[in-house]
Write a protein that binds this ligand. Sequence first.
Ligand SMILES: C=C(O[C@@H]1C=C(C(=O)O)C=C[C@H]1O)C(=O)O
Length: 285
Amino acid sequence: MNTGNQARLGHIDFINCLPLAHGLKAGGFGQDLDIVAGAPSWLNRLAIDGKVDITPVSSIIYAINKNRFLILPDVSISAKGILQSIILVAKRPIYELEGAKVALTYKSATSHILLKIIMNKAYNLTPDYFISQAAGVDEALQDADAALFIGDDALYAYHRKRRSYYYYDLGGEWKKLTGQAMVYALWVVDRRFAGSFPELVTMIHRRVTQGFSYGLSHLPEAAAAINGKVPFTAEQILHYLDLLNYGLSSEHQTALLTYYSMAQELGYIADVPALRFARVGGERE
Ligand SMILES: C=C(O[C@@H]1C=C(C(=O)O)C=C[C@H]1O)C(=O)O
């Protein structure tokens, strides 16, 4: 655990966190913070290994490690319905995937279980899943019948659809199944860190929530700031970000517990965890 007086903050380097990235940088909310950026699976690993103190993680990681972490209030990566960035690309229609080989991007954790739930509950299918390092559709489908992508890789696949493949937006599939939003990522803090450095938790929580607010109120500038660095137009980015939401309301919490219940029912987690939150000061007191 960190013993210094600087918190190490994780950051997802996908476009889904562009509003926060812009707030941290252009808005100045990241000033003097020790930030490590990477894919969700990498941040999941760092959190479990105690190498970051506060970080977004795949929402399933909290359920698996509920005694390790507390959830930061007010913040998540969620969507109610289609979102363009959690995509299954298949060589055959989904209902023809019984026993098929399905590649799961190594960058994810939550969406692996989400896909398994949808396959099982909506389509009554049990494909053969394996973790894949492939970033692109063609590479992934060389040795699989279907492939799951998340984040910018999924968005890229979505914007460059091939006529010969079938595309399924798992946010849309989840909404059809449950009628609810889906909470993909949570910000968590290590419990021991929260006990030792409550003022740092309050400070980071404020930076993250205000950083998001700043970015969300400066979206055209945020999109312009990455123009040419990503293979998407500003219009595509703005439309994409409009499909996401970043709160953690009681509706989001209910949706998260629905996901956990189904994951537990199918044996992917031992039990449905209570949602335990870190105490944060400031405006909430
Ligand atoms: C919406 C997304 O949410 C994410 C999906 C995650 C997962 O599947 O484990 C983890 C973090 C988020 O980046 C996305 O990546 O497209």
